[in-house]
Design a binder for this molecule. Structure first.
Ligand code: AGP
Length: 372
């Protein structure tokens, strides 16, 4: 009913709007007054986390994209090697696991059969499994050694939005916690990131307040067949997520690419008028990557692409090459997905609506996939 949707036209729009609160709730009670993490709920003893020599993340769909982003954070902050794998591929290739591997299973529902099977396989090999899950008492957390719950609240729309943002927050918390427990040389950076995370809900709120031009753009693209998404570093999984949202909701051909791969093939797809959404890294931090992305935008635009550029506020270098410019607040590089994903969710939702699709219940899809 309309009341259940809190005045929004769909559950998806309601859930997109709830993201600042979902993010704040997922941080709540997990950072103490001194700015350290208190994740007592992660019932894996600190000495075991100190001995962990490999992290393996398993998940499906949107949760897998959260895992891809987590890898950048985990390896940077903890220096522990991290692999990310689709849960449906994992156990069938006989992965190398032992007691020193920490397996992180990410699932909104906690009932995804592929992910559950990966959890069981990991535990049979003696690995510790930490679930990141949004549903209290569901099967995956019950079968794991420990769980860190995301506090997104119930997610009704089939397309995952607020659960994804909170999965990212939970992944950052786990990465930072591993760093904290192991006393990595990134101590100062870790403290700074914890402070930045505390302000990220407000940044998401600001993005939500500026979405009208994105909606307009989406409506203007309703007749297109294909939309491509490009990103690099953590912007690459964001591009994959933007493409997945568009497939599920708008039933359009959409693909995400790592921008550095363009010249290895995908650039052949560029033709006059093709919409390409580009997620630009911050010009601060890893500025080399920023500059490479800007040349990618020039290259595709020279070949006729209609560029939709998602870039940090104040980044003027992109302005001449953007047919459409979407501004996001400045964040530390690793946290950018929390703000960069939001316009892509709004874009897909609006495009789907413009094409006459039912956004909460896309065709052929179920909210949780409980078969293999
Ligand atoms: C996301 O929009 C999808 N509907 C889907 O990819 C989903 O993320 C995937 O099925 C995993 O679900 P889970 O998080 O409940 O395990």
């Amino acid at each position: 009913s309309a009341a259940e949707k809190g005045g929004h036209a769909s559950f998806m729009l309601k859930e997109i709007a709830e993201q600042p609160k979902a993010v704040a709730d997922t941080l709540l009670g997990r950072i103490d007054a001194e700015g350290s993490l208190t994740l007592d709920e992660v019932r894996i003893p600190a000495h075991e986390l100190r001995e962990t020599d490999k992290v393996v993340i398993v998940a499906c769909g949107t949760a897998f994209h959260a895992g891809l982003i987590a890898k950048y954070a985990i390896e940077h902050w903890t220096r522990i090697p991290c692999e990310v794998e689709l849960a449906s591929e994992f156990r069938y290739r006989d992965p190398i696991l032992d007691q020193r591997s920490l397996v992180i299973a990410i699932s909104q529902s906690g009932e995804t059969m592929d992910t559950l099977m990966a959890v069981r396989h990991a535990r049979e090999q003696g690995s510790k499994v930490l679930a990141i899950c949004n549903t209290n008492g569901s099967t995956i957390p019950r079968e794991s050694d420990a769980v860190l719950y995301t506090h997104a609240g119930p997610e009704v729309a089939v397309a995952s939005t607020k659960a994804f943002l909170t999965q990212l927050v939970a992944c950052y918390l786990v990465a930072l916690y591993l760093g904290q427990v192991r006393g990595t040389k990134w101590g100062d950076e870790i403290r700074a990131v914890i402070r930045d995370l505390a302000g990220i809900g407000q940044a998401v709120e600001r993005v939500l307040g500026t979405m009208e031009p994105v909606r307009e753009l989406a409506r203007s693209l309703a007749g297109q067949d294909t939309v491509l998404f490009l990103g690099r570093h953590v912007g690459y999984p964001v591009a994959l997520e933007g493409a997945l949202k568009l497939k599920e909701l708008a039933y359009m051909h959409a693909e995400g690419f790592a921008a550095g791969e363009l010249k290895h093939g995908p650039i052949a797809l560029i033709e006059e008028g093709l919409p390409v959404v580009v997620v630009v890294p911050s010009p601060r931090g890893r500025s080399v990557l920023h500059d490479k992305l800007v040349s990618n935008i020039q290259e595709i635009r020279a070949r006729g692409a209609r560029t939709v550029v998602i870039a940090e506020e104040g980044d003027e270098t992109v302005t001449p090459y953007a047919d459409h410019l979407v501004r996001i607040p400045a964040t530390p590089t690793l946290l950018q997905p929390l703000v960069a994903t939001v316009p892509l969710q709004v874009f897909a939702c609006e495009l789907a609506t413009a094409r006459g699709n039912e956004v909460d219940q896309p065709r052929n899809l179920a909210k949780s996939v409980t078969v293999e």
